[in-house]
Ligand binder design. Structure first.
Ligand SMILES: NC(=O)c1ccc[n+]([C@@H]2O[C@H](COP(=O)([O-])OP(=O)(O)OC[C@H]3O[C@@H](n4cnc5c(N)ncnc54)[C@H](OP(=O)(O)O)[C@@H]3O)[C@@H](O)[C@H]2O)c1
Length: 288
C-alpha cells in the first residue's frame, strides 16, 4: 500500500517516519510544506495522480495556538481548508484518510473526561479552525477517521518538554500553571496507535470510520508535568505553581482537557502507556 503522510517534519509526522521501518511492504511518501502544500488543491491532485496513495495520514496543521489569534485566515487555510482538500482528493481517488485533531475543540469547562460525543465548543481560533477541519472532513469523506489528541510532545519540533528542559537548565526556578488539567501525549505512542489502525484496516477488524480520542493514560496539571520532567531528567529547577490568571496568553487555554479513550481502546484493543513511562522514554531519547 502507498501511504501519504503530510506535515511529516512535524512532531507526529517525524514519529510516524521513525516507525516506518516496522512496516515492510508499505511505501510511505513523507511530505511537508516544501513537497506538498496541503492548501494547494492542484498540487494535491498532481501528487495523487503520481503516487496513487491508498491511505493519507494528515499530520500537517497550524499549531501555533497564540499566533492563530492574529492569523485566523492562515490558521483556517491550514486547519480547515487543507483537510477539506485532502478529503476531497481521497474521495476522488478512493483513498482512506486519517486526520488528526485536538482537545481544543472543547471548551475546557467539563469536569469529566471528554468522550467523542461531547458537544464541541472551541474557545479560540486554533480550536475553531480545527473543528471546521473536522466538519469538512466528515462532510466530504464520511468514511474518514479523525483522531483527537492533547498536549503532544516528542524529541522533535517545539513542545513543553523541550521548553522546560531548556528553561530548567537556565534558571533556578520556574512558575508553571497548576489549574489546567489534561493528559500529555507522547507523539511516538500516537504514531504507533495510528499505524496500528492502518494495519488493522487490512485485517478482519477492518476500517472503522469515526472520531477517536487518544492521549496517554493518566491525568496531570502543567505544574505536575514540569516537575516530572525535571525529576526524570535530574534538573534541579524548583517549580512554583501559579494560576492561569498569573500567566495570561493571547488564546484562552482549556482548564480541563482530559480525553476519554474508551472508544479507541475497545475498537482497536489498544493498551495505552502511562504518561510518566512515555515521558521517561522521550527524555532518554533526547539525552542519547
Ligand atoms: N502540538 C500539540 O500539542 C497538539 C495537541 C493536540 C493536537 N495536535 C494536533 O496533532 C497534529 C500534529 O501536531 P504536531 O505537533 O505534530 O504539529 P507540528 O509539529 O506543528 O507539525 C505540523 C507540520 O505541518 C507543516 N505544515 C505547515 N504548513 C503546511 C502546509 N501548508 N502543507 C503541508 N504541511 C504544512 C509544518 O511545517 P512548519 O513547521 O514549517 O510550519 C509542520 O512540519 C496536528 O493536527 C495538531 O493540530 C497537536
Amino acid at each position: 500500500m502507498n501511504i501519504l503522510v503530510t506535515g511529516a517534519y512535524g512532531q507526529l509526522g517525524s514519529e510516524i517516519s521513525s516507525l516506518a521501518a516496522d512496516y515492510p511492504g508499505v511505501q510511505f511518501f513523507f511530505t511537508d510544506y516544501d513537497t506538498l502544500d496541503i492548501t494547494d488543491g492542484a498540487g494535491i491532485k498532481r501528487f495523487f495522480e503520481m503516487t496513487k496513495p491508498g491511505m493519507v495520514i494528515n499530520c500537517a496543521a497550524y499549531t501555533a495556538v497564540d499566533q492563530a489569534e492574529k492569523e485566523p485566515e492562515k490558521a483556517a487555510g491550514l486547519n480547515a481548508g487543507g483537510p477539506g482538500l485532502l478529503a476531497g482528493a481521497c474521495r476522488d481517488y478512493d483513498a482512506r484518510l486519517i486526520h488528526v485533531s485536538t482537545d481544543y475543540v472543547f471548551n475546557g469547562r467539563s469536569c469529566v473526561p471528554y468522550d467523542e460525543e461531547f458537544q464541541a465548543d472551541p474557545q479560540g481560533v486554533y480550536g475553531l479552525t480545527k473543528l471546521e477541519g473536522e466538519n469538512l472532513v466528515r462532510e466530504i469523506l464520511p468514511g474518514a477517521i479523525i483522531v483527537r489528541t492533547s498536549w503532544l510532545y516528542s524529541p522533535f519540533g517545539h513542545n513543553f518538554v523541550k521548553t522546560m528542559l531548556r528553561l530548567g537548565r537556565e534558571r533556578a526556578s520556574l512558575r508553571v500553571v497548576f489549574d489546567q488539567t489534561g493528559t500529555p501525549t507522547y507523539a511516538r505512542d500516537l504514531a504507533g496507535a495510528i499505524l496500528h489502525m492502518v494495519r488493522s484496516a487490512e485485517g478482519p477488524a477492518g476500517w472503522k470510520p469515526g472520531i477517536y480520542h487518544y492521549s496517554n493514560e493518566g491525568v496531570c496539571s502543567w505544574y505536575d508535568f514540569a516537575r516530572e520532567i525535571f525529576d526524570i531528567a535530574g534538573v534541579p529547577c524548583v517549580v512554583e505553581p501559579i494560576r492561569s490568571a498569573e500567566y495570561p496568553t493571547p488564546a484562552q487555554r482549556p482548564s480541563f482537557s482530559v480525553l476519554d479513550k474508551g472508544k479507541i481502546k475497545a475498537a482497536y484493543n489498544l493498551a495505552i502507556p502511562w504518561w510518566q513511562d512515555s515521558l521517561k522514554d522521550c527524555i532518554k531519547r533526547l539525552h542519547t
